[in-house]
Design a protein around this ligand. Structure first.
Ligand code: ADP
Ligand code: MG
Length: 247
């Protein structure tokens, strides 16, 4: 089982959109795939039309009152399941503190499903916290969407420093450009600068209205725009990621 988390310190950078699209593509490739929605806003659950099996599911999982397997629901798509988020995920940090703040907690929980799934994609809330530490520890790859602006370079450096300060394997951190507007000089210049870092996948996701429509269509882009450019871009990037992580 390979665990990939979609993470950025910042919100609104395309974590959830990419999480849902990569997970859908992994499932379509024949990998048994699980999305774990850990953002209390529940956008990944919304895109995949999924409701929690019980109220307070995340709290109950953390407090050992609900098995991970009993929180999983099927989506409308073959090979793709999800643990939907509910508002109890808002208090994840406090819930984890109550479990002695161990950073190994999520990794242990995921052992319950390690023989069932090939891929787990975690949709993360933004920020540095005990939750992030747990997600990083549980992840084989931390996939970070980066909008190529000056401020994003700063965020990217902050995340790299955080990895160093916590003694985490920096090799886990893999980045890609998101919401790119290639007509903007700032985007081009930033990409050229950051590509030198070798931590960025070659393919990137442009800013596209077909991706924005996920909220209206309640579906991954490949479902409603299978031959559109957005699908081509996500496929190309997903292939880069597969090569990068499965080599
Ligand atoms: N490549 C893109 N092009 C256009 N809109 C996008 C793109 N990626 C995401 N969006 C939209 O931008 C908003 C934020 O994206 P989202 O994936 O929810 O970010 P995050 O999970 O990082 O907060 C959403 O409304 C989403 O539909
Ligand atoms: Mg999100």
């Amino acid at each position: 089982m390979f665990v990939a988390s979609l993470y950025n310190l910042k919100g609104g950078v395309g974590k959830t959109a990419s999480c849902v699209n990569f997970a859908f593509m992994a499932a379509k490739d024949g990998y048994k795939t699980l999305v774990w929605d850990l953002d209390p806003q529940g956008a990944a659950s919304y895109y995949l039309n999924a409701q929690p099996t019980v109220k307070g599911n995340i709290k109950k999982i953390i407090e050992h009152n609900l098995d991970v397997t009993d929180a999983i629901v099927a989506t409308d798509y073959d090979m793709l399941d999800i643990i939907p988020a509910d508002l109890s995920a808002r208090k994840l940090d406090i819930l984890l503190e109550a479990q002695h703040g161990s950073k190994k907690y999520f990794k242990n929980l995921l052992k319950q499903v390690s023989s069932v799934y090939d891929f787990v994609f975690i949709d993360c809330p933004p920020g540095f916290s005990n939750v992030a530490d747990n997600i990083f520890y549980a992840s084989d790859a931390v996939l970070m969407p980066v909008i190529p602006t000056t401020l994003s370079i700063r965020t990217y450096e902050q995340v790299k420093s955080y990895f160093e300060s916590k003694d985490m394997d920096p090799g886990k951190l893999m980045c890609f450009f998101s919401m790119v507007d290639i007509r903007k000089n700032m985007h081009n210049d930033t990409m050229l600068q950051l590509y030198k870092d070798k931590r960025f996948f070659e393919h990137y996701i442009p800013y596209m209205s077909d991706i924005e429509k996920m909220g209206v269509k309640h579906a991954p882009v490949e479902v409603y725009a299978p031959s559109g450019f957005a699908t081509t871009c996500y496929r190309a990037l997903w292939n880069d990621i597969k090569e990068g992580v499965l080599e």
